[in-house]
Design a binder for this molecule. Sequence first.
Ligand code: GA4
Length: 342
Amino acid sequence: MGVQSPNLMRNKKTCRAIGIPTIDLLMDRTLVSQLIIRACEEHGFFKLTNHGVSSQIISRIEEESYDFFAKPGFQKQQAGPLTPFGYGCKSIGFHGDKGELEYLLLDANPASSIPQTTKAISNDPEKFSCVVDDYVQAVRDLTCDILHLVAEGLGLADKSTFSRLIDDVESDSVFRVNHYPPMDQNQKVLNPISKFQMHDTNLPNNATPSRVGFGEHSDPQILTILRSNDVGGLQICSRDGLWVSVPPNPSEFCVLVGDAFQALTNDRFKGVRHRVMANSNKPRLSMMYFGAPSLNAMVSPLPQMVSSNSPTLYKPFTWGEFKKAAFSLRLAGRRLDQFKSS
Ligand code: GA4
């Protein structure tokens, strides 16, 4: 499979190399679909090159985001608090999880009118909405392509089985921009223990502790399409429980399997646990499109994914029911457990 640059990770007990699957969308379609399926099964994660999203669309949203985050705090606060969309700082979601980041969370459905939040985000809300819509539309199309490829690879008769869930006017998809401020050098040297959480068990004993930018979790939705600037920090948890750093590459997209895809495929794909360690001297900016179904769509296993050898693992449930449960469990793991069939 198009595996590139093995990435050495150090762990207290072991040191291992892992290849992060990198898939070139310009390769032969049948091959691409097989590689995507294998990556979703083995890692719940892959990188995409030659994804076809125009660099202009990407740089415009990136510039708007940098402009917003460069504003003084009191101005950014005017785009908050989250209701559920808007500006957030240090608190992740509504239930007390903390992170060393600030972010914008926006509705990823085509805006019929410019929401109040957008007026507080930009001096030119129409331009901002347009830039967001262009980016979101491009990554939504890309997500639908990937979902078509998955359906093809799984041999489903209806190739839009997955894509139609997010290509829906009622889709609950969201768009998020995360800004991880640079780590203050003085803090890093003077007060490393009390200031920063010691979560990084992969670090050798003499290394500088890492700051948790976004705590470990899986995304609740179907697929996440992530793009970052050239500052690293994203780590994924491998199947054997090791944290693997994902080298940043602004020209690529990272694709993450979410909990809903795990349920739809009856656990053939697994949601990938990931986190961001914000310990760079440079600011990290990442943009995520979270592709989700409508609130009343069923996300329990597709009949085609169930057989006598693979009986259904989940009771029937809607995305709305799962989302409610996932949000109340915060960043905790095993959110799907309460939907397991007995
Ligand atoms: C993780 C993925 C998306 O960023 C998000 C997050 C959401 C939020 O920030 O409001 C959650 C988190 C995410 C999962 C558990 C709950 C909800 C924060 C949190 C503690 C927008 C999403 O959909 O789920």
